[in-house]
Every structure is written in structure tokens, then in C-alpha cells.
Design a protein around this ligand. Structure first.
Ligand SMILES: NC(=O)c1ccc[n+]([C@@H]2O[C@H](COP(=O)([O-])OP(=O)(O)OC[C@H]3O[C@@H](n4cnc5c(N)ncnc54)[C@H](OP(=O)(O)O)[C@@H]3O)[C@@H](O)[C@H]2O)c1
Length: 249
């Protein structure tokens, strides 16, 4: 039976990933930090072939404790994350350090822990949920853009390194996805401001990401709109329009 480890499984993209894999009968190790949200998600998933783990992934010690208890998976989905916004100088040091570990340092530690074993076994897949913010400037979210760029660089380099080992690392770079992340980051207004056509569903993100991972691709930009417009991300006009659409002007 295939085993998957999913971080940030209690809502949004991580939950949609857990749902897809549960429908395929995978064994799931699900990690999130809040007991109540984890239980609610488990009730909604209505799936018994899984273990839930409560862990604050912004702490290296907690991460190491939890992964020591989880056997080598066939698929790792490094997804847990938060929105981190604010113009330069507005985020305090602890917040920056925690968010950086959660979405960058801890992602690397998680993958470095299991990937050598996948290499020896000669099979395995890793999916990293980055963001379109790794590819286009994100004014007032520069720290978020930085950590997402970091894991993108890490994942695509690893994917290239591991060609021939039957192990793939796929970085997914979603645009706007309606999940709890915006409300939790104090960005609820975005759900009204961003037009409907700019949102991709969590299910679509997961479907396209899983399919890219199975193919061994190094990256996937979910949704045709983002895939197509990403070709023009380096043009000032695209960046200008993006800034206006995001209310980041
Ligand atoms: N939504 C978007 O527009 C969008 C776009 C691009 C990329 N992404 C990325 O997609 C990933 C998933 O986000 P989402 O949109 O699905 O958000 P979400 O609905 O808020 O889900 C975030 C998940 O991460 C978990 N998490 C947060 N902080 C954690 C911590 N310190 N320790 C353990 N787990 C923690 C949450 O668990 P708890 O419930 O226990 O807190 C939750 O399960 C993130 O990496 C995000 O940056 C999202």
C-alpha cells in the first residue's frame, strides 16, 4: 500500500490532496498544528487509513520529533504554509523566523530527512507547494515571495540532481486559491477584490500537481490562465497589471 506524508492537511490545498489520495486508497500521515481543525478535517475526510500528527512545523524540534515517528513515505507533500504580508520593516523578527522555517528551512529539513532513503530504495516522489509569487514580484509580500522562491530553487535543482534515481521532486506554483490562508493572514478583502476568473480551486491545483508529479516534471503552474501569463511575467506591463489586480499598487 502506498504511503503519503502531507503537511498542512487540515484545510485548503493539503486537505484536497488528502482527499484525492484517500480516494485512491493510500495510507496517509497527516500533519497540522491545531487539534480542533485537524479533527474537523478528519471527520470531513471520513477515512480511517490514516494517522494524524499535531505539530508546529515552524519549530525544528517539533518537526524532528514528528518525522522520527513516520516511516519512509512514497510521496511527500510539503504544503503547510501561512500568508506573511506587510511592507518592509513591518514584520517582527520572530514572525519572519517562524514563517521562514515553516515554508523554507523546515521544508528542506523534511525532504533531506527522507530523500536519501528514497534514493537508496530507488523510488519516491516529492511535491513542494510554492507559489506564483516565486516568479513575479509581490510588493508588500516580499518575505513570502522570498521563501517560496527558495523552495522553488531547491526543488527544481533536486529534481535535476535525481534524474536516473526514479525519484522526482515537483514544485507547484499556484496563483490565487480560495482557502483559509487569506483570512488567517488578515487579507480577507482579497477574496472580494480579486476577480473570480483569477481563482483556481484547490482541487484543480491538486489534480494538476499530482499529474505533473507522476510524470516527474520539475514544476507545474496550475491553471491555464497562470500557465499562459507566466510567459510574460518578466515584462513591466504584466507586473504593473498584476500589481493593480492585487491591490498592491
Ligand atoms: N491559497 C492560495 O492562494 C495559495 C497560493 C499559492 C500558494 N499557496 C500555498 O499553499 C500552501 C497551503 O496553503 P492553503 O492556501 O491551503 O492555506 P490553508 O487553508 O490556510 O492551509 C494551511 C495549512 O497549513 C497548516 N499550517 C500552518 N501553519 C502551520 C504550522 N506552524 N505547523 C503545522 N501546520 C501549519 C495549517 O494547519 P492548522 O489548521 O493546524 O493551522 C493548514 O493545514 C501554503 O504553503 C501556501 O503558501 C496558497
Amino acid at each position: 500500500m502506498k504511503r503519503a506524508l502531507i503537511t498542512g492537511s487540515s484545510s485548503g490545498i493539503g486537505f484536497a490532496y488528502a482527499k484525492l489520495l484517500s480516494q485512491k486508497g493510500w495510507h496517509l500521515d497527516l500533519i497540522s498544528q491545531n487539534q480542533e481543525r485537524s479533527q474537523n478535517a478528519l471527520d470531513e475526510l471520513a477515512y480511517t487509513n490514516c494517522n494524524t500528527h499535531i505539530c508546529d512545523l515552524s519549530s525544528a524540534e517539533s518537526l524532528m520529533n514528528v518525522i522520527n515517528d513516520i516511516p519512509l513515505p512514497d510521496l511527500i507533500v510539503a504544503n503547510a504554509g501561512i500568508g506573511i504580508t506587510g511592507s518592509v520593516g513591518k514584520n517582527n523578527r520572530d514572525h519572519i523566523t517562524d514563517a521562514s522555517y515553516l515554508m523554507f528551512g523546515g521544508v528542506i529539513e523534511l525532504i533531506e530527512y527522507y530523500l536519501p532513503q528514497m534514493k537508496i530504495r530507488n523510488s519516491g516522489r516529492v511535491v513542494i507547494i510554492s507559489s506564483i509569487g516565486a516568479l513575479i514580484p509581490m510588493p508588500k509580500s516580499s518575505i513570502y515571495a522570498a521563501v517560496k522562491s527558495g523552495v522553488y530553487a531547491y526543488g527544481r535543482s533536486l529534481n535535476s540532481e535525481l534524474k536516473g534515481n526514479n525519484v522526482s521532486v515537483t514544485v507547484s506554483l499556484p496563483g490565487y486559491v480560495k482557502t483559509n490562508i487569506h483570512k488567517r493572514a488578515g487579507l480577507e478583502h482579497l477574496t472580494k477584490k480579486i476577480p473570480n476568473w483569477m481563482w483556481v480551486s484547490a482541487e484543480k491545483v491538486v489534480k494538476e500537481t499530482e499529474s505533473a508529479s507522476i510524470k516527474g516534471s520539475s514544476k507545474i503552474i496550475p491553471g491555464l490562465l497562470y500557465r499562459f501569463t507566466s510567459i510574460f511575467f518578466d515584462l513591466w506591463i504584466t507586473q504593473y497589471v498584476w500589481k493593480i489586480m492585487n491591490g498592491r499598487k
